[in-house]
Structures are given as structure tokens and as C-alpha cells.
Design a binder for this molecule. Structure first.
Ligand code: FES
Ligand SMILES: [Fe+2]
Length: 449
């Protein structure tokens, strides 16, 4: 439970709010590269942290992110002409480049371009996402590379889906391991044949469903890290083994959710404003489950649909919404699907959006399985207050290796510590990603003198 004023700090993102100021200190997805695919293409509207902006790719191929309203008399530049390496307002023809400079003022007998500058944010493209930095220029931090730098956008699946609630409650859903034993369950899990992988090592994805169902009250261990934390949801399997799901949280809005054997998929919850957010995901096509140790796809055994991909702009449509009660099927709910909703991600949308646009956390009753969520809130609120008191935000400096942050899932060997799983010290990660083990690490052949 939070005090009302803490809930306000946590959830409000507009300019001048504590959290809004904190979020503006991080490079943030503004839109997908696929939304502005080629030079001179149609501009798109971007609403980000409560600010109305327009993204465009100018005729020279540079991505720009500028205020939506023309600084002359406010017409929307979304309707503007993308031409001559600038966006030109259709009202009186003023034109602005990606840096917000006025480069043409054809309606004035004596143009005063140099006196007009519009709000423009820097753009950096990586992994199929157009990222921006909305904080003060003088505090601009290095781009945080979660593994996309130096790679073609085509090596990644990048997409986003609209979520009509506050970003924190949406992110809490992604961090919460306990709900997979409830919200996403269906009775057919009991009929999945035992393939013998309930033993120390990497189980099949199909068997994971069984473990989640078998032990519905996981124990949580949260470990603080330089970027936020990693935590394990610990369950006992039907054979009495210890199964861990490890999810990482990186300040402020990043999650790497558990998967077998480890995960590099980056899920981000990006505030549009206080009451809406985008759920972004960036996944390396060839580095997801590199040895395919999990066997069949997680969803191939489940009776759930998964998001439709393949739209040209990367925005996943929503067919299950509050307006249609998420297409809840009460017969299915009685007869096998715990939630009654047959689309996996929409099960998440149903619970997080039904809390209301901004959940009032003074009303909640938290238990031990909410430990990771309370930790995330604490980190965010302290960082926001800290920034206001002149403290550096966490995880923004140079030389930090965000590529090393991964989720993981495994059945532990006796005495095995979950903390090494999915890190650079994990032999499975080293083999899959070609990472050299650190000198002297276990398993590294000794060099002859
Ligand atoms: S309002 Fe844009 S040029 Fe006049
Ligand atoms: Fe979920």
C-alpha cells in the first residue's frame, strides 16, 4: 500500500512532476522506426510523457521529434508537408528542421527565422526504435544499449501495443510472477504429458506450465543490482525440485521477463500520459532461446492466441478491450480457462486496465508475492525524490553494460544459486552469445605456463 502522495509521485509524468523529471533523464522510445520508414514519409503523432509531438523522417533521412503545434499560430504539424529536409506547416508555410530551427518563413516580407525555435528532442535509432532524450540538454546521458547498437534493425522484432492505464500498473503486471499461476492458467495443463524434464536443468516450456500450476504461491527473493534488481520466483515442482523464474527490472521502465534458458527480450512501459502507455518490446530474432532448450514455443501448447504481428508500422492492434469486456467467455471461464479470455496478452490487459486509469494504491493489501513490485515502486519514488534533491538518477552513467541484464528460468541443481543464471557468468549464456568467461571462472580451461 502507498500513501496517496506517494502514489501521485509514482504515477504522474507530465513536465515538472517528480517522476516526469526523472523519466526525462533516460533515453526513451518515442516511436518505432517502422512508423516513419523512409525519407519524406508521412509524419506521425507522438504523445509522450504528456507532451504532444510529431515524429517525421525528413527528405534527407534524419528522424526528427518536434512539438506538434507550429510555433507561429499553433496549427498541427502532423498535417504538415514533409519536404525540403524540413516539416512545413500548411497554414502559412513556415518550415522547421529536425533540430527545431525555422528554415523558411515564406509568409513574411521580412522573415525572422532566427528568432523562432521550436521544441525539438534528439532522436537516436537503435533496434527498430526511435529513442529520444527529453531532459535538459546539459544533463543528456549516453544512450543505454540493451544489445541493439551495432546491429541492423532487421535483426530485431520491435513492436508496441496501446495500454489504456497508467504505465506503472501495466509494468507491475509484467514484473509480477505470481499471476502466471492464476490469470494465465487453463485446465488442460493437467493433461500435458510428463516428458521427464522435471529434474535439475532446463525443463521444456510445456512442463513449465505444469510447475506454475502446481505451486501457485511462489516464494520471492529480490536482489538489488546497479540497474534496479533481479528477482526469483521460487516454486516446488511435482517431483519436489526447485524451479526458479528470474525477472530483471531496470530503472525506470524496463523488464526482462523469465524464459528458458534465459531471455534478452526487452519489455518497456512508456507513458503516453498519466492514463495511457505503450507496451514496447524489442527482441533479437536469433538470440531468443539460442539453443532452443525450451523445446516447443510457450504458447504452442496453450489454447490462447498471441498478438498478431506483421503490421507494417509494428503497432499491434487491440481486439480485446474494456469496451467489449475483453471478450470474456463465461462458459470458458467455468470450463477450463481461468480468466475466461482466450488471448494471452489481453488477459494481462483485462486485469491491469480494469484497475482504473490510475490505480489508487491506498486501497490495496499487499502480500509476500508482491515484494518485487513494492521494491520497484520504492526504487522509482526514491530516485524521483533524489533527483529533486540534486542526486544523480540511477543507471545513467557511461560504461554500464545493459546488455548483460537478462531474465532466466531453470530447475536448480542441488545447492545451485539462482543469482548466476542468465548473467555473463552463466555457461549457457557464454556459449549462446559467444561471451568469454572471466579469467579464473569455473569451467575455463587453464592456460599452460
Ligand atoms: S500556424 Fe504554422 S505557419 Fe502559421
Ligand atoms: Fe501476464
Amino acid at each position: 500500500m502507498l500513501k496517496a502522495e506517494e502514489n501521485e509521485i509514482l504515477t504522474r509524468v507530465g513536465p515538472g512532476t517528480l517522476m516526469g523529471d526523472l523519466l526525462r533523464r533516460y533515453w526513451t522510445p518515442a516511436c518505432l522506426t517502422a512508423e516513419i520508414p523512409e525519407p519524406g514519409c508521412d509524419p506521425v503523432r507522438v504523445r509522450l510523457l504528456g507532451e504532444n509531438l510529431v515524429a517525421f523522417r525528413d527528405t534527407r533521412g534524419r528522424a526528427g521529434l518536434v512539438q506538434e503545434n507550429c510555433p507561429h499560430r499553433g496549427a498541427s504539424l502532423y498535417f504538415g508537408r514533409n519536404e525540403d529536409a524540413a516539416i512545413r506547416c500548411v497554414y502559412h508555410g513556415w518550415a522547421f528542421d529536425v533540430d527545431g530551427r525555422c528554415v523558411d518563413m515564406p509568409s513574411e516580407p521580412v522573415p525572422f527565422c532566427e528568432k523562432v525555435r521550436m521544441r525539438a528532442y534528439p532522436a537516436h535509432e537503435s533496434g527498430g526504435v526511435v529513442w529520444t532524450y527529453m531532459g535538459p540538454r546539459e544533463t543528456m546521458t549516453p544512450f543505454r544499449d540493451f544489445g541493439t547498437e551495432g546491429h541492423d534493425a532487421g535483426e530485431f522484432t520491435a513492436g508496441k501495443q496501446l495500454t489504456t492505464c497508467n504505465w506503472v500498473q501495466a509494468m507491475e503486471g509484467n514484473i509480477d510472477t505470481a499471476h502466471i499461476s492464476h490469470l494465465h492458467q487453463w485446465d488442460g495443463v493437467d493433461d500435458i504429458p510428463d516428458d521427464g524434464s522435471d529434474k535439475p536443468g532446463y525443463p521444456s516450456n510445456a512442463m513449465s506450465w505444469k510447475f506454475w500450476r502446481h505451486d501457485r504461491a511462489p516464494r520471492l527473493e529480490v536482489d538489488d543490482t546497479w540497474y534496479g534488481y533481479r528477482y526469483a520466483g521460487i516454486r516446488t515442482t511435482p517431483n519436489g525440485n526447485t524451479h526458479v523464474r528470474i525477472t530483471a527490472y531496470a530503472v525506470p521502465y524496463s523488464t526482462m521477463v523469465a524464459s528458458i534458458p534465459f531471455s534478452t527480450g526487452h519489455g518497456m512501459f512508456i507513458p503516453i500520459d498519466d492514463q495511457n502507455c505503450w507496451r514496447y518490446f524489442v527482441t533479437a530474432k536469433d538470440r531468443q532461446n539460442p539453443r532452443n532448450l525450451g523445446g516447443a514455443n510457450l504458447f504452442s501448447v496453450a489454447p490462447f492466441s498471441t498478438p498478431i504481428t506483421g503490421r507494417r508500422d509494428g503497432i499491434l492492434p487491440r481486439q480485446y478491450t474494456m469496451d467489449n469486456d475483453f471478450r470474456i467467455d463465461r462458459d470458458a471461464q467455468r470450463n477450463g480457462i481461468f480468466s475466461g479470455v482466450s488471448d494471452f496478452v489481453s488477459q494481462d490487459f483485462m486485469v491491469t486496465e480494469s484497475m482504473g486509469p490510475i490505480y489508487d494504491r491506498t486501497e490495496e493489501h499487499l502480500g509476500s508475492t508482491d515484494k518485487a513490485i513494492t521494491r520497484m515502486r520504492h526504487i522509482l519514488i526514491s530516485a524521483a525524490k533524489g533527483l529533486a534533491a540534486g542526486k544523480e538518477p540511477p543507471a545513467v552513467g557511461a560504461g554500464l553494460d545493459f546488455r548483460s541484464i537478462r531474465g532466466a528460468e531453470k530447475i536448480l541443481e542441488p545447492d545451485e544459486d539462482w543469482r548466476a543464471l542468465g548473467t555473463d557468468d552463466d555457461p549457457v549464456v557464454q556459449e549462446a552469445l559467444g561471451i568469454e568467461p572471466p579469467l579464473g571462472a569455473a569451467g575455463r580451461p587453464e592456460l599452460a605456463d
